[in-house]
Design a binder for this molecule. Structure first.
Ligand code: FAD
Length: 307
C-alpha cells in the first residue's frame, strides 16, 4: 500500500467489520497512517466484548472484567487512557476459592466510566457506522478486516485460509449476572477466581472496581453452566445469584440481570492474525485470550497493510 510507484496509502480503501477493541485498534493505526477506513458494526455502539451497560444510572462491565497490560505498546496505551482519566489501576490482589485466600498478581486495570469508555475514546475521529450487520465480505474495498470471533467471521463466507483459521478456533460461552444488593455485605472483596466450581468462574465487586462503592457484584459463569442455559439465559440468573450468595455467605436478595456471550473466550492461538488475499482476520483468538491480545492483533493487521 505504499511507496515504489504503487498506490498511495491515501488512495486505499479499507473496510473493518467489527468495532470491538481489535477492529478499533486496527482502524486507529490505519487512519493515523493515512488510509481511508470505514468501520461497520452490527451493534448500536462500539466496544464489542468491552461492554458496559447502564444499570440504575451507573455503568456496569458485563463483558471483560478488567485489563492486564504487559506488552510495552499496550502499557503505553493504558497509560494514555490513565492520563485522560479513563483507566485506573484497580488491584493486584484477587481472592481465590476454594479457600478464600488472597493471591497477588499483575495490576488489573478498570475504568470509572466502564471499560467500553476506552473503546469510545479509541474510536474518536474514525468513521464508525453502527447498526450495520455485514452478511458477506464487502467487495467495494481494497482490503477487508474481519475483527471478530472466527465463528462470526465464517457467517460472511470468507476465503479459504480465513475460513480454515476461523474453523480452527475453539470458543467457550459465558453467562454474566449483574447482582444488585440492598447493601454491601461482603467487605473487602475486590474480586475472586472460583476454581473447580460447577457454576461460577469469577465474581467481581463492581462498586470497588468502578470506585463508587455501589452494592453490585458481577458473576461470570463456567462454560458448562452457560452451555446449559444458552437458549434461556434469564433462567441462569437465579442460579448464579444463589451460587454467589452461598460462596460469600450473603443474606440479602439481589436484583438480577443477565448477559449471554455465546463466543466469550477462545483457546489461545499462536499467530498474530490470518490473511487471504485482501481479507484479514484478527481478534483475541490470536494469542492469549484477552483485551491486550485483541488490540495487538488489530494493530498487527494494520501495520501489515500499511507496509
Ligand atoms: C464475560 C467475559 C469476560 C472477559 N474477561 C476479560 C478480562 O477480565 N480481561 C481481558 O483482558 N479480557 C476479558 N475478556 C475478553 C475480552 O473481552 C476480549 O478479548 C476482547 O474484548 C475481544 O475484542 P475483539 O475486538 O477481538 O472482539 P469483540 O469484542 O467480540 O468484537 C467483535 C465485534 O464485531 C461485531 N460483529 C460481529 N459480526 C459482525 C457482522 N457480521 N457485521 C458487523 N459487525 C459484526 C460484534 O458486534 C463486535 O462488536 C472477557 C470476555 C468476556 C465475554
Amino acid at each position: 500500500m505504499s511507496g515504489g510507484g504503487g498506490a498511495r496509502v491515501s488512495d486505499v480503501d479499507v473496510v473493518v467489520v467489527g468495532a470491538g477493541i481489535a477492529g478499533l485498534a486496527c482502524a486507529r493505526v490505519l487512519v493515523d497512517g493515512g488510509a481511508r477506513v470505514r468501520v461497520f458494526e452490527r451493534g448500536p455502539g462500539v466496544g464489542g466484548r468491552l461492554s458496559s451497560e447502564q444499570v440504575d444510572g451507573r455503568p456496569v462491565d458485563v463483558g471483560a472484567a478488567y485489563l492486564v497490560a504487559d506488552h510495552p505498546d499496550f502499557v503505553a496505551q493504558v497509560s494514555a487512557w490513565e492520563r485522560l482519566g479513563l483507566a485506573r489501576p484497580w488491584t493486584d490482589t484477587l481472592r481465590v476459592y476454594p479457600g478464600g485466600e488472597d493471591s497477588a498478581g499483575p495490576v488489573r486495570w478498570a475504568a470509572s466510566g466502564g471499560l467500553r469508555s476506552l473503546a469510545v475514546e479509541l474510536a474518536g475521529g474514525i468513521d464508525v457506522q453502527p447498526g450495520r450487520l455485514i452478511e458477506s465480505v464487502p467487495d467495494d474495498a481494497d482490503a477487508v478486516v474481519l475483527a471478530m470471533p472466527g465463528p462470526q467471521a465464517l457467517r460472511l463466507g470468507p476465503p479459504a485460509a480465513i475460513a480454515a483459521a476461523a474453523e480452527a478456533q475453539v470458543w467457550r460461552p459465558v453467562i454474566v449476572a449483574v447482582l444488585t444488593y440492598p447493601s454491601r455485605e461482603w467487605g473487602e472483596l475486590r474480586g475472586a477466581f472460583v476454581n473447580d466450581h460447577p457454576l461460577l468462574a469469577t465474581v467481581c465487586d463492581d462498586g470497588d472496581r468502578r470506585g463508587d462503592g455501589a452494592a453490585v457484584l458481577v458473576a461470570h459463569s463456567t462454560a458448562a453452566l452457560a452451555a446449559r442455559y444458552l437458549d434461556d439465559p434469564a433462567a441462569a440468573g437465579p442460579v448464579l445469584a444463589g451460587a454467589v450468595g452461598e460462596l460469600l455467605g450473603l443474606r440479602g436478595r439481589p436484583e438480577v440481570r443477565v448477559h449471554r456471550w455465546t463466543f466469550a473466550q477462545p483457546e489461545a492461538g499462536d499467530s498474530e492474525y490470518a490473511a487471504d488475499g485482501r481479507v484479514w482476520l484478527c481478534g483475541d483468538a490470536f494469542g492469549r485470550p484477552r483485551v491486550q491480545t485483541a488490540w495487538l492483533s488489530g494493530r498487527a493487521v494494520a501495520r501489515a497493510l500499511l507496509s
